[in-house]
Design a binder for this molecule. Structure first.
Ligand code: GUN
Length: 299
């Protein structure tokens, strides 16, 4: 029987650790962990994500600040806001929700966030630390960090001898995920849209991580028998069976087919999704500990 990996339960246990760590820090030092989330424009999906981030921060006992900026915000205004948050000692984590509206250039905005407040792990300093194998002093991007906790719940800390395939090579997910798997001694293949015979590459994976953004693209016969499948996709597709105009969420993996072959698999929803927010809270409380000269909790 396939193990359906319970991301909700794992995320809840991460959140509990965060809550305790935040309370402990406040009791010891008087420092309240602070997270600022910035969103520009009106994209409804982004607003839903950001609202749940702000809400969870409150539930963790953080100071939670949300800046909602209009679509017509200028590059200079957005960078000025980041500069203000950088200088605000009560804010330990800054997240600028991506994607930004088309007229804004995300690179200088993201790179202007102080690395020690970059809870997305996107600054060149944090990306470089991860690439160099420093998992202690930098910030690791939340979705790969959360996916890695799910991998570890199946395989433990050491992935020696295992082949891992990551489909997708984004800075936000694929690249850091590949680095984390490599750090844990897996033999890693980074696959992407230009990979030849992707199905055959995937069939070699003991750990298959899909982050392609295409609903149910990874089929059952792409999965090696006994593999662990981590589905990072969140795709909304029409669901006429639920009624006219209704939709449902599916991953990048054809779940039913893949479950018949895999030994462990993450569902969508309820797999990687809840881990992303949990790890954002984890990164924020880690940043608050670093800023206060205290040793940070481990996840
Ligand atoms: N948009 C979708 N996922 C993310 C994320 O993890 N961080 C940011 N900043 N934007 C996102």
């Amino acid at each position: 029987m396939v193990v359906v990996i319970d991301g909700k339960a794992k995320a809840a246990s991460v959140i509990e650790t965060v809550r305790e760590a935040a309370a402990g820090l406040e009791q010891q030092t008087g420092v309240k962990t602070g997270l600022a989330v910035v969103i520009v424009g009106d994209d409804p999906a982004s607003h839903a994500y950001v609202n749940s981030k702000s809400k969870m921060a409150k539930e963790c006992g953080f100071k939670s600040v949300q800046h909602t900026l209009p679509e017509e915000t200028t590059q200079a205004d957005l960078e000025a806001l980041v500069a203000t948050l950088n200088a605000d000692a009560s804010i330990h984590g800054i997240l600028v929700q991506l994607p930004l509206p088309k007229h804004l250039d995300s690179v200088p905005v993201i790179q202007s966030i102080l690395p020690e407040k970059d809870v997305d792990g996107l600054s060149f300093v944090n990306a470089g630390k991860l690439a160099a194998g420093d998992l202690e002093t930098g910030m690791i991007s939340c979705t790969p960090a959360g996916s890695m906790l799910l991998v570890r719940s199946i395989h433990g800390e050491d992935l020696s001898g295992l082949n891992a395939v990551v489909i997708g090579r984004s800075n936000l997910f694929g690249k850091p995920m590949g680095q984390l798997l490599l750090n844990a001694n897996a033999t890693v293949t980074m696959a992407h849209s230009r990979t030849k015979d992707l199905a055959a590459v995937c069939r070699n994976a003991d750990i298959l991580v899909a982050a392609v953004g295409r609903p149910q693209m990874v089929k059952g016969d792409w999965v090696k028998p006994g593999a662990t499948v981590i589905d990072v996709g969140i795709n909304r597709v029409p669901a006429p069976e639920k009624g006219e105009g209704k939709s449902r969420l599916v991953g990048d993996v054809a779940f039913d087919e893949a479950s018949a072959v895999a030994a462990a698999i993450t569902p969508v929803p309820g797999g990687v999704g809840p881990m992303t927010i949990a790890m954002l809270m984890a990164n924020t409380v880690i940043a608050a500990h670093h800023a206060s000269g205290k040793s940070a909790p481990k996840f």
